[in-house]
Design a protein around this ligand. Structure first.
Ligand SMILES: O=C(O)[C@H](O)[C@@H](O)[C@H](O)[C@H](O)COP(=O)(O)O
Length: 497
C-alpha cells in the first residue's frame, strides 16, 4: 500500500475550487452558500465526499473533517490539532502494516521538536497493541550532539514521548554515539546505516542511497528541516549520507543531520507542521513559484522525495496558503455582488420603463376619452340650444292653442252639450296629439260637469283651463240646457261668441 493510498482521509474535498465549499467547522470554510447566483449560473456546491477507506478511528471524539488538496505531487491536509494526531497515527499504522508485510521491517526516521507529541496516538489503543513494533527500526533525521539523557537530546525527546511506550527493541532505536564530537558522530551514524542497508534492513534507492520507509519531518519557522538551515553550505552536500554542523543557528550549535539526498530518497515523507509561526515557510514550500531559480530556496522547499510526500498542517501553519484563494473568492463575491446590483438596477430600470410606458398609454387613453367627452358635451350643448329654441317655439304654439281653446271653451260653455262637443272637435284639431275619442263617445254631463266612465262610475274629465293649469274642466258646463248666460257668469270671464 502506497503512502497516498494509506492516507485515506475521512472527508476529502476535491480540488482547489471545492475547497471553498468546506464545512463551517473548518477554519477555511468560506460559506460558499452565501455566494450569490449570477444570472442563473450557480456556483456548484459539491458535498464533502466520504472516502472509501474511511476509518472510524479518524473521527473519534472531537476530531473534525479536514481539508485535503493536491498541488502537483504534494498532498496537503489541514486538521484540528487533535485530528492531526489521530490521522497521523492512522497513516503511520497503515504504512507500518504495508512495509512489514512487504519487507518484514519498517524503517522510520524521526525529527525532533513538536513532531513527537503528534505521535501520541500511536502509544494508545488500538495501535499500541496492534502494530508490530518489534519490526520497527527507528532513526533520527538529526540530533543535537549532547548526551542521550540531556534535555536537548532528540533521542531523549523521542524516547520519553514515544519510543519507551511501545515495544520497539532498544537495539532497533538508532541513536548517535554521544561520546563523539559532531563530525565523528555523523560518520559513525552513516557507517551503521550502511551496514543496515547491506543487511537489507534499510532499503536502497535506485541511486544507491538509503531508502527509508517513512521520514517524519518538522519544519522550523525559518524553513529549516532536520538540521539543514537556510543558506548553509551543507544543503549542497551530496556525497555523505549523514553530515554535521557546528554553527547551527538554532541551539545547540553542534548537530548531525541527514543530507538532503538521503531525506529525499525516502519512500514516504510526512511533513508535520503546526502553528502560525510556520505559515510563511509552509507558504514558500507549497505556493512559491519554483521556476525562479535565482531566488535562494528554503531547505523545506527542497524536500522533494522519490516517493510520496504529505503535509499535515494545522490552521495556523496553513493560514498563508489560502490567501490567494481567499482573495480570489472575495473578488468573485465582490464581482457577484456588483453584478447582482447591476442586475437589480437593470431589472428595476426595466420595470420603471414599463411603468413609464403604461403611464404614457394611460395618458393617451385619457386624452382620447377627454376629447370624446368634450365632443359629446359640445354636441349636447348644441342640442340643448336647439331644444331651447324648439321649446320656445312650442311654448308660443301652446299659448296660441290655449288662446284659441279659451275661445272654444267659452263658446262651449255658452252652448251646453252641443257646444261642448263642438269644442272638443275644435280642440282635437288644435291638439291632434290628445285623445278625445273616449270623451267624444262617452262623456256625460253630471251636475254640470263633463264626466267620463271609469270602471263602474264616472270621473270628471280633465281639460286644460284657460290659465294653463289642469283641473276639472268645464266647471261651467253644467248641462245641456244650462243657460249660456249663467255659465258665462260662473266662468267669470265673459267671452264674446
Ligand atoms: O533538532 C531539531 O531542532 C529538530 O529536528 C528540528 O528540525 C525541528 O524538527 C524543527 O525545528 C521543528 O521543530 P518544532 O516542530 O518543535 O517547531
Amino acid at each position: 500500500m502506497s503512502f497516498s493510498a494509506a492516507v485515506s482521509i475521512s472527508y476529502t474535498l476535491q480540488g482547489w475550487s471545492n475547497m471553498l465549499c468546506a464545512q463551517k467547522s473548518n477554519p477555511f470554510s468560506l460559506k460558499s452558500s452565501l455566494i450569490p447566483s449570477q444570472f442563473g449560473k450557480k456556483l456548484i456546491h459539491k458535498p464533502l465526499i466520504r472516502y472509501k477507506e474511511f476509518s472510524p478511528k479518524r473521527c473519534n471524539g472531537k476530531t473534525k473533517a479536514s481539508i485535503l488538496w493536491e498541488q502537483g505531487y504534494k498532498k496537503v491536509e489541514v486538521f484540528s490539532k487533535e485530528h492531526l494526531a489521530v490521522s497521523l497515527a492512522y497513516d503511520v499504522a497503515q504504512l507500518s502494516n504495508k512495509f512489514i508485510r512487504e519487507r518484514g521491517v519498517f524503517t522510520v526516521v524521526l525529527s525532533g521538536g513538536s513532531l513527537i507529541k503528534y505521535l501520541r496516538k500511536l502509544v494508545e489503543p488500538p495501535y499500541v497493541d496492534s502494530i508490530e513494533w518489534s519490526k520497527w527500526h527507528v532513526f533520527l533525521v538529526d540530533e543535537r550532539v549532547v548526551p542521550k539523557d540531556h534535555l536537548e537530546s532528540n533521542y531523549k525527546l523521542a524516547y520519553d514521548g514515544f519510543l519507551s511506550k511501545v515495544a520497539i527493541p532498544n537495539v532497533n532505536i538508532h541513536g548517535i554515539d554521544d561520546a563523539l564530537p559532531a563530525d565523528g558522530a555523523a560518520d559513525v551514524y552513516e557507517t551503521s546505516m550502511r551496514r543496515l542497508v547491506k543487511s537489507n534492513i534499510i532499503a536502497t534507492s535506485k541511486n544507491g542511497l538509503p531508502k527509508f520507509d517513512l521520514t517524519l519531518l518538522g519544519v522550523g519557522p525559518d524553513g529549516h528541516v532536520a538540521s539543514l538551515f537556510p543558506g548553509h553550505p551543507i544543503l549542497k552536500e551530496n556525497q555523505k549520507w549523514v553530515t554535521f554542523i557546528k554553527d547551527s543557528p538554532k541551539p545547540p550549535s553542534d548537530r548531525i543531520t541527514f543530507t538532503l539526498p538521503v531525506i529525499n530518497a525516502s519512500s514516504n515523507i510526512a511533513m508535520v507542521v503546526t502553528g502560525e509561526g510556520k505559515a510563511n515557510a509552509v507558504h514558500s514550500a507549497l505556493e512559491n513559484d519554483h521556476n525562479h531559480h535565482n531566488i535562494a530556496k528554503l531547505p523545506v522547499e527542497l524536500i522533494s522525495p522519490e516517493g510520496d510526500l504529505k503535509w499535515y498542517l494545522d490552521k495556523g501553519a496553513a493560514s498563508k496558503l489560502f490567501q490567494k484563494k481567499v482573495e480570489e473568492h472575495r473578488n468573485i463575491q465582490e464581482t457577484n455582488f456588483v453584478n447582482s446590483i447591476i442586475f437589480e438596477n437593470t431589472k428595476l430600470g426595466g420595470e420603471l420603463n414599463e411603468i413609464r410606458r403604461r403611464n404614457e398609454e394611460m395618458r393617451v387613453a385619457h386624452d382620447e376619452k377627454e376629447k370624446e367627452t368634450n365632443k359629446y358635451f359640445a354636441e349636447w350643448r348644441e342640442r340643448g340650444e336647439v331644444w331651447e329654441k324648439e321649446k320656445e317655439t312650442l311654448k308660443s304654439k301652446v299659448e296660441e292653442a290655449e288662446a284659441r281653446m279659451k275661445v272654444v271653451y267659452d263658446d262651449a260653455a255658452l252652448k251646453g252639450k252641443e257646444g261642448f262637443d263642438n269644442a272638443i272637435r275644435q280642440v282635437s284639431v288644435l291638439l291632434p296629439d290628445w285623445n278625445f275619442s273616449e270623451l267624444d263617445l262617452a262623456n256625460t254631463i253630471e251636475n254640470g260637469k263633463v264626466m267620463r266612465p271609469v270602471g263602474n262610475g264616472h270621473v270628471p274629465v280633465e281639460l286644460k283651463k284657460m290659465d294653463g293649469s289642469r283641473g276639472e274642466s268645464t266647471a261651467n258646463v253644467q248641462g245641456e240646457n244650462t243657460p249660456v248666460k249663467d255659465n258665462k257668469e260662473n266662468q267669470g270671464e265673459g267671452v264674446a261668441n
